[in-house]
Design a protein around this ligand. Structure first.
Ligand SMILES: [Zn+2]
Length: 186
């Protein structure tokens, strides 16, 4: 599994201070009718990602209803011409899957998850900042193609065996990125 660098850990800490990455408050995400979970398929990480979603749903449902769409990179693959897709237009296939999932299951809440470090992102040399920009690009695509859908971005971070899953705030990220001259949306 990929190891996180000291530089990235410093950046994560800075993003937490700026409230770009926040603790998740499960009750703020409407999962009464379940959730479409878009996640990386990483076999070492997926079990905890799924369990985490089950725990979050316990606040609003007696039984879990999690419609999983898993592929390499999760949300990162849904940004337009994502660098982690080998085929330039592959994002359209993933976006179609989300649209179909909504129609099939009548679930209006999507959790778009990308984790860090992610093996798929490493394979294509995608930096932490770029991962976040791709995640926002994915969020915009999902919202554009699905009227009235609710989309939350989650971002689990691993430091060795230690894991923490954050809510990723688009609003705070855009302010943070603009101050630093970083592209906020990819
Ligand atoms: Zn991954």
């Amino acid at each position: 599994m990929s190891q996180i660098s000291g530089k990235d850990l410093e950046l994560i800490s800075e993003l937490r201070d700026a409230e770009v990455l926040q603790s998740i408050k499960g009750h703020l995400i409407d999962q009464q009718n379940g959730v479409i979970l878009v996640t990386c398929s990483d076999g070492d990480r997926f079990p905890e990602i799924f369990q985490h979603q089950i725990r979050l749903q316990a606040d609003c449902r007696s039984d879990p209803r999690i419609h999983v769409l898993a592929w390499h990179g999760g949300a990162l693959a849904c940004a337009t011409h994502s660098p982690i897709n080998r085929r330039r237009d592959a994002h359209n296939v993933f976006l179609d899957q989300i649209k179909d999932a909504r129609e099939l299951k009548s679930i209006d809440t999507v959790v778009l998850e990308a984790h860090y470090p992610c093996g798929a992102a490493c394979l294509f040399d995608v930096s932490l900042e770029r991962c976040l920009a791709l995640q926002i690009g994915a969020k915009m695509n999902v919202r554009r193609l699905n009227n009235g859908i609710r989309v939350s971005c989650f971002f689990p971070v691993y430091n060795g065996e230690k894991q923490q899953t954050f809510f990723f705030s688009r609003e705070k990220w855009e302010i943070w990125a603009q101050k630093r001259g970083i592209q906020a949306i990819a």
